[in-house]
Ligand binder design. Sequence first.
Ligand SMILES: Nc1ncnc2c1ncn2[C@@H]1O[C@H](COP(=O)(O)OP(=O)(O)OP(=O)(O)O)[C@@H](O)[C@H]1O
Length: 270
Amino acid sequence: MSSQRTEKAVIARDLAIYYGSKPALEGVTFDLNAGETLLLLGPNGAGKTTLLKTIAGFHDKYEGVILVFGRKPEESRDFISYVPQSFSLNEKVPLSVIEVVAMGALYKSGIVHRKIPEEIIKKSEKALSFVGLEDIKDKPFKNLSGGQKQRVLLARALISDPKLLLLDEPLSALDPSARAEVASVLNKIKKKKGISMIITTHDINPLLEIGDWVMLINRRMIAFGPPDDALREEIIKTVYGPMAKVIKVEDKLYCLTGDFHIHLPGGKKP
Ligand SMILES: Nc1ncnc2c1ncn2[C@@H]1O[C@H](COP(=O)(O)OP(=O)(O)OP(=O)(O)O)[C@@H](O)[C@H]1O
């Protein structure tokens, strides 16, 4: 096996993360190899955003070990792109789609430009083409659908050529067809760019195809493993209660943890 294939994107050892004196999340131990995708599942307040922000280097009150490509998170920012749960734009400043994407590169460079440099425009167009939105580059960002906005944010995260992409609830507040659209772009990022990803989600089903690993947390790490191992019904029930189910239909795993509507092949009922 080449050293490239075994390069570690993230290593965590007995990580405990604090806001005050009590840990918000503890007992987190895992490895993520470069190019792999980890799906981070847990109920409200479980600590998903807290873990993502700590890996991104935005929160440093922790004990234990956390390394991103061998460095402390705060020394790794150059090769991490973090897409927060809600992206707020001042709608009084009417930014076009391409300007929102270009901001990803301008922000990372730390240089304030009056006019977006041509090379950044070119990179932004390429990133928009990758997510299938080159045709609407001049439209106002605020007029886009939820799924299109999320794809623009993915393009924005990609233009700094990250080695690790951290995505907080990229599917939240989207309808099922927009969820499938965004999940398919994430799949393309994994397959074509080989970027390591950590994705938090309440609804793991649209993402299961791209997850190499699943971590279930609820203020502590409950399970970590390949999807078939981590998503066992007896484990899921300890977090989501006795109604939670894990089923397999046509060899695909479905995890039923809430009251969202799930579409099974052939219209079968869970
Ligand atoms: N800045 C903060 N200061 C103090 N406590 C915080 C802070 N941010 C989060 N917490 C607490 O840490 C715990 C984990 O919160 P976190 O936002 O990481 O959960 P989450 O799994 O992302 O939840 P959700 O799915 O609702 O977004 C919660 O109890 C929350 O109240």
